[in-house]
Write a protein that binds this ligand. Sequence first.
Ligand code: ATP
Ligand code: MG
Length: 422
Amino acid sequence: MNKVAITQLGEPRYTSPIDVIGEEEFYTPSVVQWPAHGNPPDQLFFERAGPRRKLFFDPKDTRAAIVTCGGLCPGLNNVIRSVTRQLMRGYGVKSVLGIRGGYRGLDPARGNPPLELTDDIVEYIHEDGGTLLGTSRGPVDVCEAVKFLISRGVNMLFTVGGDGTQRGGNALFEEAQKQGHALAVVGIPKTIDNDVQYVSRTFGYGTAVEAAVRVIHSAHTEARSVDNGVSVVKLMGRHAGFIAAAATVASQDVNFCLIPEVPFKLEGKGGLLAALEARLGWKNHAVLVVAEGAGQDLLGATGEKDASGNTKLQDIGVYLRDKINAHFKARNIEMVMRYFDPSYQIRACAANTEDALLCDRMGRHAVHAAMAGKTGLVISFLHGQYVHVPISEIARSSKRVNLEGELWRAVISSTGQPGEFR
Ligand code: ATP
Ligand code: MG
């Protein structure tokens, strides 16, 4: 069995105040289903998350810190709350620092001082979207950051963020080793796009799909209320179209769904514009959903980067809107366009019930892992189980919508669109 090792800071020696039920040694396979034909994929086995009988850190000498980085995502406050409550109430840890404004808050020369989190401060925060601590993009001097953590006596850091944040967490862990400081770094992966490898579902994704469905319903109502109404809804999904695809199927209102995984052509007989014109010909209205990373090849690269070094995407939604308008104008066909770009509204939502459950489990499991002295890992929800995945494994690649899988098939069935616009 190819068990995936998790880095351990040292031998756990303190008895945990938490009751551990059953065995600690359980593993979840990375893949539970593979095609009938061809070779089975390389199978990895991830250790189950959960409390351990022996702790590496003595709770009375433990000081924890938590940081949120990158873009907003529903559930950040839920994670902050559950991490804080589990540390304080579950393990009796006395001090939890909330690092303000992302990694910048780890550099006293640039950021605001940390917030001492208490039971009271986190009491109601899960009812709101956003993050109590604030967030940012852009690099931090890891050497300064580790010096700062050492000066504040922090021995465990919880990093809530996307791929960049987890790479940053790894850099902090390695620098702490170099400076001779035993620092547990445990990540809670945040991506609204749900594109993390070895994670079945990331927190915030379900809330985003739910909010997107509400927008699509409005878009559909707008389109149906006029003659030849066309609504274009741009949704999140930089590299993977999970939100667009799921919202399409859940709403049942979408006629064309465009995702980064499926290149498409606008012009010509098999192109999107001809298909849209045909649709208006028999139904008089249409709803298009486009993921932000779709059709980037049509626009050409910007060459621009954000503060964290991520490539800036071109605006496919506006491009599509203008192309559709121009097409019908040239064809002398009257049409009414409605354009929706709800991304920031969606990101700032409070977590729905399913995500609230996910965030709570992830936050508490992160604390269990750190107290046991595990480091360099993220907590993952995989095939219905919570597991430990090394940061190096998730940093290797990211997930895409499987075009032969159940979700994309459902998109094709519910929209009636062709598999490709070529
Ligand atoms: P999102 O899903 O919103 O993109 P993210 O975590 O990927 O979330 P980024 O802005 O890319 O967001 O990164 C968050 C933080 O991590 C930034 O402060 C960035 O500078 C830092 N970071 C990214 N990569 C590294 C790295 N290799 N080493 C150190 N820090 C990094
Ligand atoms: Mg990112």
